[in-house]
Design a protein around this ligand. Structure first.
Ligand SMILES: [Ca+2]
Ligand SMILES: [Ca+2]
Ligand SMILES: [Ca+2]
Length: 281
């Protein structure tokens, strides 16, 4: 674990210094598995097949990722720093999803093309900071890129390049304090967004990136959970799920309608942050 150190949004020199900070953060040798990281249980549609999304967790206290695989192994990677937010995506289009972190205080993204310790492959500033980071393949080119969600205004700011620049898709979707999700709900190869309303356990999902009204509305799981999304059954379409940070349990649903969880999986300990992907080294 390490402190991110003094960083700024201005200047190449200081941008380079943030790379060094990230690299030093990533080489801490101590990784301790969460208490029940290998005690996953599943019911209903088992997801042992290749090509399904699998949950993982990030421990902000130790800057450690714990990524479950379809074979119930867990990849542990020490990466990030205090107060940073995890994300995941296929940044280089090689078919492997890998980790990244967002430093909300400094509006910096640090993305890696492997799930190994070491320095970031991509480092850039994006957005105003203090936002919720997102990633998805908005244009369907096979590479995931970032975005941010401003929960106060319910506004998404998404881009097709992992670099500093203006948002290519800016739209409002969701109410104040909604929590965003990303998925390819219709299976057309392009990710779009949705929001989860914690006090109502309601998801609102859209297949566009313009903030169109309507879309799919799903009531799922319980109140005040953390929303997740992924293709749990390998049908080529993403669906929803929820993570209960109080007991470290994922509840995953294979259809975009209300009903019981198709998959229940315990991973991690209380207080961790969920993350979803198709993990390999
Ligand atoms: Ca990749
Ligand atoms: Ca893309
Ligand atoms: Ca889609």
């Amino acid at each position: 674990m390490c402190e991110p150190g003094i960083q700024t949004r201005l200047g190449v020199f200081l941008l380079l210094s943030t790379v060094a900070v990230a690299a030093s953060c990533a080489t801490s040798p101590t990784v301790t598995a969460p208490r029940n990281a290998n005690e996953g249980t599943r019911s209903g549609a088992a997801s042992a097949a290749v090509g399904v999304d699998v949950p993982g967790v990030y421990d902000p206290a130790t800057a450690s990722f714990f990524l479950a695989t379809a074979g119930d192994a867990t990849i542990a990677v020490n990466y990030g720093g205090t107060g940073m937010v995890p994300l995941a995506g296929d940044w280089n289009g090689d078919g492997s999803q890998t980790i990244g972190i967002y430093d909300a205080a400094h509006a910096m993204f640090y993305l890696k093309n492997s799930n190994e310790p070491g320095g970031a492959d991509l480092v850039f500033l994006y957005g105003p900071g203090d936002s919720i980071p997102l990633s998805g393949d908005w244009n369907g080119d096979g590479k995931d890129t970032v975005g941010i969600y401003d929960a106060k205004s319910g506004t998404f700011f998404l881009t097709d390049v992992n670099a500093t620049g203006n948002a290519l898709y800016t739209f409002t979707f969701g109410a104040e304090n909604s929590r965003p999700v990303v998925g390819d709900w219709d299976g057309d190869g392009r990710d779009t967004v949705g929001v989860y309303i914690p006090e109502k356990a309601l998801f609102f999902l859209t297949d566009g990136l313009k903030g169109e009204p309507g879309g799919v509305q799903v009531e799922f799981a319980a109140l005040e959970l953390v929303p997740v999304a992924g293709d749990w059954d390998g049908d080529g379409k993403d669906s929803i799920g929820a993570y209960d940070p109080k007991n470290g349990t994922f509840l995953l649903r294979n259809a975009l309608n209300g009903g019981p969880a198709d998959i229940t999986r315990s991973l991690g300990a209380p207080g961790l942050v969920p993350i979803v992907g198709r993990w390999s080294r």
